[in-house]
Design a protein around this ligand. Structure first.
Ligand SMILES: [Zn+2]
Length: 315
């Protein structure tokens, strides 16, 4: 993609943080064990009070900006399943031949190419295996506004579940759990009822919310969960500020959906079991097939949230 990082807002977070990238890169280790605090992200003061709406509207954009707006639009249609990889490549092909500027040319692929080539081309232009990403990430319905919507609508967002990320980490290296014996944890941890009662290891976690200003003055709110045993951090969800609900709730309707998902995931870890239903009690989605099979299974450890940061500002 262009070195200006112009693929636009839709995927700008992906390039900066690798969040939309390969499965292994959504987890990053921060510093050596015991040094977690200096690398912790905090929301920029006043971020949520700033008005981004003016810079957000690309309706009358020209040149490169209009090209980027076109690509953002096509990518959002593609990710939400409304535009096939082939259509994305063919529209991009003719758009770039018609003179469209910006990174839309990276997605252009000749219309006569064999069918199987289009998804591969999209994946390579994004640096992401979309099919793989779509198949394992959890889907949360989030009320909000996208700029091509006339009014408030519900959009399906892909998130990484904290309990699944933790389980993946511990399954890969169960010896992580024994680190609890050599850790210096605050009295708060040892006084926790679960820690006193449980015969399993209780993994200490931290939640951090980070407000990230991105290009074109739009910003994003990131929800991170840290495993304090390893200081591995997982970016669970990202809400773009321009997509937040604008019904007068101050964006809360959108944030609340993520909050419910986090509460549900963290509660399941408190009990040491795989959730037995979706966070919203709705029917399992087709992408939840593996989850419905494991529903209610004990994982052999518990987890509690020991620390939060950046949470107060948005409650
Ligand atoms: Zn609202």
């Amino acid at each position: 993609m262009g070195k200006r990082g112009r693929t636009g807002k839709f995927f700008s977070a992906a390039k900066q943080r690798s969040w939309e990238s390969r499965q292994s890169s959504y987890e990053e280790r921060i510093g050596a064990k015991g040094s977690g605090t200096e690398n912790v992200y905090t929301p920029r003061d006043g971020f949520w009070d700033e008005d981004f709406t003016e810079g957000e509207d690309s309706t009358f954009a020209n040149g490169v900006e209009a090209g980027d707006a076109l690509l953002n639009y096509l990518l959002s249609l593609h990710v939400s399943g409304k535009l096939s990889a082939k259509s994305l490549c063919v529209v991009s092909w003719y758009a770039s031949r018609a003179g469209s500027l910006g990174d839309v040319k990276n997605f252009a692929f000749r219309p006569s190419a064999p069918t199987g080539h289009f998804q591969r081309h999209v994946d390579s232009a994004l640096g992401v295996n979309m099919k793989h990403e779509m198949s394992w990430r959890y889907r949360v319905d989030i009320p909000g506004h996208h700029k091509h919507d006339v009014s408030r609508t519900v959009h399906e967002s892909l998130v990484t579940l904290p309990h699944e990320a933790l389980h993946k980490e511990i399954s890969a290296d169960p010896s992580i759990l024994s680190r609890i014996d050599s850790m210096e944890l605050p009295p708060l941890y040892w006084q926790h009822e679960l820690v006193k009662k449980s015969s399993e290891v209780v993994v200490p976690l931290a939640i951090y919310l980070d407000g990230v200003p991105t290009q074109n003055r739009d910003g994003a709110l990131e929800f991170w969960v840290y495993n304090l045993l390893t200081y591995k951090r997982v970016l669970c969800a990202v809400l773009r500020k321009s997509h937040l609900c604008k019904c007068g709730c101050g964006g809360w309707d959108s944030i609340h959906a993520i909050w419910c998902m986090l509460r549900w995931s963290l509660t399941s870890m408190l009990h040491g079991v795989v959730p037995s239903e979706r966070h919203d009690s709705a029917d399992w989605k087709p992408s939840d097939e593996g989850r419905s099979i494991l529903a209610g299974a004990a994982v052999g450890y518990n987890a509690i949230v020991l620390q939060t940061k950046g949470v107060d500002g948005i409650r």
